[in-house]
Design a binder for this molecule. Structure first.
Ligand code: TTP
Ligand code: MG
Length: 339
């Protein structure tokens, strides 16, 4: 499964300012009445009707639609929102891969096709309900097809391409729709007579290799719908963590410590189940006003998690008098017991 949020930065701005609804919204550099020098980060679908796109010079965006709402990039807000969305996404499979602030893959293979379809739709609905944001979801037998399904179904769409449907799905598309085929490669493919994906399969393999080298072989495979399907969960290998946001900011040890104890149990349980040894303990503390700090300690041998984590948390409480919004614990420098 592939998921990508619709016009992410612009949609968040619309959510925060309902009066923008239905109007063209452009997020990016300051337009300065057409004299601005930066570019568009993104814009909503209303603005796209005027030809405005990511990476377009802001001066051109202004000329295309001077009456649009132009907003600066509020990265803090987008990152915070992204984190919340990703927390939801990761709950749907232990095999997840975050690609960017608004894009991720999940491996749902073990569910089988029907359940995977249901699950993916449920995820889309949960993000809409909890974060008030629309997304587009694609399903396919590998990452490339899933991503292409998302692209095809945008915005606020859902599209599942079964293995038996892959070739019919790919055939009529322009060669530039293949992920990884940029404008230069697309031109070379067209010079070889391939306008659509189905044409790529007719080019002799030797010719493709001659013109495009190793990428040529890769593109040939992609044109047949064959691509990488491993979803790499970086964090499950590098570290294991858990965190909790309190209903209300607090400094009450009777609230904080039981919660923290549970987080430790959860992390420790995961380490035991995965048969992992670890050498770092990290505690994260977010205070009122979103100020976030971490404290880490690295040991020569796997330490006693509970004792070390509590020492670090106590240091936070002693050093900082602010109310606490979130606590988390994480273990790192992990390796399998038998490695
Ligand atoms: P995208 O997912 O590529 O674009 P999008 O979410 O705005 O629109 P959609 O997916 O519906 O087509 O990128 C995610 C965010 O990354 C985007 O909201 C803003 C940022 N971004 C830039 O700042 N500059 C860029 O050139 C691109 C492509 C994206
Ligand atoms: Mg997006």
């Amino acid at each position: 499964m592939h998921i990508d949020m619709d016009c992410f930065f612009a949609q968040i701005e619309e959510r925060e300012n309902p009066r923008f609804k239905g109007k063209p919204v452009v997020v990016g550099a300051e337009p300065k009445f057409g004299k601005g020098r930066g570019v568009v980060s993104t814009c909503n679908y209303e603005a796209r009707k005027y030809g405005i796109r990511s990476a377009l010079p802001i001066s051109m965006a202004f000329r295309a639609c001077p009456e649009a709402i132009f907003l600066p990039v509020n990265m803090e807000l987008y990152k915070r929102t992204s984190e919340k969305v990703m927390v939801i996404i990761k709950r749907y499979s232990p095999l997840w891969e975050v690609v960017s602030l608004d894009e991720a893959f999940l491996d749902l293979t073990s569910l089988g096709w029907e359940k995977a379809t249901e699950t993916a739709q449920r995820l889309k609905q949960e993000i809409l309900k909890k974060e008030k944001l629309t997304s587009t979801v694609g399903l396919g037998p590998n990452k490339m097809v899933a991503k292409m399904a998302t692209n095809k179904a945008k915005p606020n769409g859902f599209l599942a391409i079964k293995p038996s449907e892959v070739i019919d799905f790919l055939d009529p598309m322009g060669v530039e729709k293949i992920p990884g085929v940029g404008p230069k490669t697309a031109i070379k493919l067209r010079q070889l007579g391939a306008l659509r994906i189905k044409d790529i399969r007719k080019i002799p393999a030797i010719k493709l290799r001659e013109v495009l080298g190793k990428t040529g072989e890769n593109i040939y495979q992609k044109a047949k719908g064959i691509a990488e399907d491993t979803v790499i969960s970086e964090e499950t290998v590098k570290s294991i963590g858990a965190e909790h946001t309190f209903e209300q900011d607090t400094r009450d040890p009777e609230i904080i410590f039981p919660v923290f104890e549970n987080l430790i149990k959860e992390v420790y349980g995961q380490a035991v189940r995965g048969n992992f040894l670890f050498r770092t303990v990290t505690v994260v503390c977010r205070f009122q006003g979103f100020e976030t700090h971490t404290k880490s300690k690295t040991f020569k041998l796997t330490p006693q998690l509970s004792a070390e984590a509590k020492k670090l948390l106590l240091q936070f409480i002693v050093e900082n008098t602010k109310l606490i919004r979130l606590v988390g614990v994480r273990i790192g420098k992990i390796k399998k017991h038998d490695e």
